[in-house]
Design a protein around this ligand. Sequence first.
Ligand code: HEC
Ligand code: HEC
Length: 510
Amino acid sequence: MFRFRAIRRLALCAASIAAAGILAASAEGQQALSFFKSIPNGVPLPNSSGASQTWSSTGSIDQTGPFFQSMGTNGRSCATCHQPSDGMSISATSVALRFLLTQGSDPLFVPVDGSNCDHNIDLSTFRGKQAAYSLLITRGLIRIANPVPPNADYQVVSVVNPYGCNESNVISAYRRPLPATNLRFLSAVMWDGRESTPLTGTQKIGYANYASALQQDLAHQAVDATTGHAQGDGTRPTTAEQQQIVDFEMGLTTAQAFSWRAGPLNANGAQGGVAPLLTQPFFISINSSVNFLVPQMEMPGGQVIPGDGKFSSSIFNAYDSWAALPPGDLRASIARGEAIFNSRAINITGVAGLNDDISAGGLVAGGIPVLHGTCGTCHDTPAVGNHSFATPLNIGAGDPDPSSPSTNQGGLDISYLPKITICRTDPSSGAVTNNCRTTTDLGQALIDGKFDHAGKIKGPILRGLAARAPYFHNGSAQSLLDVVRFYEKRFGLALTKQDESDLVAFLSAL
Ligand code: HEC
Ligand code: HEC
C-alpha cells in the first residue's frame, strides 16, 4: 500500500511537470503557431486549467489577413495583443515569457503604450526595460491615455502616477486587452464604451441598429487601434482591410473546451466548448435585467426596446447534466459552481449605474439602494455573460477602499495604479466644489465628461477566461479565486471554501 502511494505520488509529480512543460511552451507555442498560415478549428490551445479553442466561421484562423499584419510603424499587429493561444487577449504569463524569450525586443514592448509611462524611462539595458514595462510583464496592462473632455462637469485636481505620467489634461489608465473574439455578443465596444459613442464618431449599439452599428464601431476601432497602438499614419487599414478585420472578428468564437481534471467539457451531455455557442441567439436586450425592471423602454428618437419582463437569472446551463455526478467528481463541482452563479443571492449596493439610477435609459430616478440580484443581474447575456444591453457600471474594482487605500473595494491590491482625484465644478460659476472623489481609472467619465460616471465600465464577456489571466479591467485579480474573493468582500457574500472552489472550477470551464 505504502509503495503504491509512493508510485502514485511520483506519477502525479511527473504529470504536473509535463503540464508545466506544456505551459512553458505556450508562448513559444504561439511563436510556432504564427509560422502556420492558419490554425484549423478545433486545435486545443493549452492554458493552466486545460485548453481553449477558437473557431472561425471560415473553418480556420487565417493568419495572413490584416489582423495579423503590421499596418503601422512599430511592427505591431492586432495579434501582438490579441493572440489565439490566449483567448484572443494576452495573459500576463505569456507576456512575461515573451519578454524573456525576446529580451524585450518583441514589438509588444514599445513605449507608446507598452511601458508604464512614455517619458523619463531608460530602455538601454535589460533591467531598465524590465522596470519600464513592469505593469505589462506582471499584469498584462496597456497604458490607455485619453484627454479630459472639454465640456466635463468636473476638474482633475490631482494625478498621482507612480511612473511619472502625471499630466492632468491627458489621463493615463492601465487596462487589460479585451478579447477580440465572441464579438457578435457585444453591446458596447471598449471597457469605457468609447468606440460606441458620438465622441469617437461611432454609434451606440441599440436593438434596431445592432448588427450594422456594431460592425461600424469595430471598423472604427480597428482604425483607432492602428493609429494608436501601432503608431500608424492613418492610411491603413484601408476600407477593404477594415471590412476584412470586422468579418474576421465577427466570425470568431472562443470557449474553454478541455479541463485537465474534468476532461472534455462536452462529455456526458454537457454543453461546454465552442460548438453550442455557434448557434447561441443574441440581440440587444435579449435578457436584460435592466429591461426586466421596466418592461419597455423608449429611447431618444422614439425607438422602443422590447423588454419582455422575463429576465432569467439562469445565464449558463452548459453543465446542468453534470449535477447528478458523485460530489467528489470535478465535473460535479463545475455544475455546482454554475448553480451558484445562476442563483446565489447578492445584495447589490453602491454600484454606480445600477443603484444610483438605471442610467442606461434614465429608467429609475433616484435609483434603488439595495438590488436583490445574482451574478447574472449584471452578467445577463445567456451563455456569454456580458451586458445584453449597454450598462456601464462601477463595481469598485478600480476604487480605493477608504479604510485601506492601497486595496480596492474588494480587498485586492491596487497600489500599482495611479490615483486620480476629480471634483465637480459649479455649473454656473465653473468653480471647483468640494464634491470630490479619488479613483484609479475615470472610465466613462473620461468619455462623456460626467462626474457621476467616474469608474463606470462594461462587464466583459465571460468565455475563454482561463486563457487570459489576470482579470478586471486593471488586472487587479491575478486569478479567478481573486475575482471570487473580490465579490465576497465587496458584496458581503458568504461563500464556503467549497463554494469558492466550485465557482472557480465553473469560471475556468467557460
Ligand atoms: C498594444 C496592444 C494592442 C494592440 C496592438 C491592439 N489592441 Fe485591441 N485592445 C487592447 C486593449 C488594451 C484594449 C482595451 C482598451 C480599452 O478598453 O480602453 C483593446 C480592445 C480591443 C477591442 C474591444 C473588444 C471589446 O470587448 O470591446 C477590439 C475589438 C480590439 N481591441 C481589436 C483590435 C484590433 C482589430 C487591433 C488591430 C488593428 C488591435 N485591437 C490592436 C490592446 C491592443
Ligand atoms: C453589480 C454588477 C455585477 C455583479 C453582481 C457581478 N459582476 Fe462580475 N463584473 C461586473 C463588471 C462591471 C465587471 C468588470 C469590472 C472591472 O473590470 O473592473 C465584472 C467582471 C467580472 C469578471 C472578470 C472578467 C474579465 O475578463 O476580467 C468575472 C470573472 C466576473 N465578473 C464574475 C462574476 C461572478 C462569478 C459574479 C457573482 C459572484 C459576478 N461577476 C457578479 C459586474 C458584476
